[in-house]
Write a protein that binds this ligand. Structure first.
Ligand SMILES: Nc1ncnc2c1ncn2[C@@H]1O[C@H](COP(=O)(O)OP(=O)(O)O)[C@@H](O)[C@H]1O
Ligand SMILES: [Mg+2]
Length: 304
């Protein structure tokens, strides 16, 4: 197991382990807060488990972590403890419903909202040494377009950008996609409309984003679908359960199941190296790069 000191390791010390089936890593981000990233992450991860995928849900929101709260889990240790040297990554692992693995972050650590490049590298080493058999990993990101968010999105095979029908959500989603495309070389993004009142609204949201992206960016947007605004989802949050577990027949649960099915059909990473290394190596490769997007972008007005 990695020791806390490993979290200041250099890139060259990343271990090489035996080949294994590739892990599908999906990053969930949105730019704006409160649009439904954590709800999507929790329910997508749980739906993947329902579909027989061995799945790990990684909470990287060190400022306002709440994956564990949404699932009614009580972490003894979190990622913040790992970075502070109080425990090892394995100590943070929680087993959620039906064997879903969860790595919680820590809430209210204002000074820890941004991971340092060497901490990304330390995370790489620690995950490689965890040696957990996994098929999928869902990464719940913080709001905003911090270097940390960009790095996790860039390193994943697929990025889901969650958007809802509010001008700020659309402009912030566009800002995120723009930086991922221009500064991080991301060429495809999955767009998920959340809290929609009907299917047309979801498609229109996507088309709004796609129009501007097609004009100004070199990135392909795919429409992943829409999650309806659903009172059952709120009730599930109150019960600290995933809605796909608590109310599997409700509209949002059915939509999540559909989205997990589509995510399962995405192409897996190619290459001889397996495990979570595809993701982790890309984290290492890019952990020192990138920068924040300009928020006074003239294109912002085009999507609003
Ligand atoms: N599809 C939905 N239907 C109804 N309410 C939703 C839906 N998605 C999110 N919410 C509400 O929005 C709140 C914020 O969602 P959350 O997933 O925590 O957003 P984020 O992680 O982006 O900050 C939730 O507590 C819930 O009340
Ligand atoms: Mg969240």
């Amino acid at each position: 197991m990695p020791s806390p000191a490993d979290f200041n390791a250099s890139a060259s010390s990343a271990p090489v382990s035996a080949a294994r089936a590739p892990v599908r890593v999906i990053a969930v981000a949105s730019g704006k807060g409160g649009v439904g990233k954590t709800s999507v992450s929790v329910n997508l991860a749980m739906s993947l488990v329902h579909a027989g995928q061995r799945t790990l849900l990684l909470d990287t929101d060190l400022g306002l972590a709440n994956v564990d709260v949404m699932l009614g889990l009580s972490p003894q240790f979190t990622l913040a403890d790992v970075f502070a040297g109080r425990c090892e990554l394995q100590d943070t692992l929680l087993e959620g419903p039906r064997g879903l693995w969860v790595v919680p972050a820590a809430s209210g650590k204002r000074h820890m909202t941004e991971l340092l490049p060497q901490q990304h590298i330390g995370l790489v080493n620690a995950f490689c040494q965890l040696d957990l058999p996994l098929d999928a990993m869902v990464v719940d990101n913080a709001a905003g377009i911090s270097d940390s968010v960009l790095t996790f999105c860039q390193a994943a095979q697929d990025v889901i950008v969650v958007v809802c029908d509010e001008p700020a959500s659309v402009t912030d989603a566009y800002a995120l996609i723009k930086v991922l495309s221009r500064e991080r070389g991301v060429t495809r993004v999955q767009v998920l409309a959340n809290q929609v009142n009907n299917t047309i609204e979801g498609k229109q949201l996507f088309e709004k984003l796609e129009r501007v992206s097609a004009r100004f960016l070199d990135v392909t947007l795919h429409y992943l679908g829409a999650i309806p605004r659903d009172e059952w989802l709120r009730r599930a949050i109150q019960r600290q359960e995933a809605v796909v577990e608590a109310f599997p027949g409700c509209p949002s649960a059915l939509a999540f199941r559909d989205i997990a099915r589509r995510a399962n059909s995405w192409q897996s990473p190619a290459g001889p190296r397996g495990g979570v290394e595809f993701f982790m190596e890309r984290l290492v490769a890019h952990s020192a790069g990138g920068g924040a997007a300009s928020t006074n972008d003239p294109l912002r007005s085009a999507v609003a």
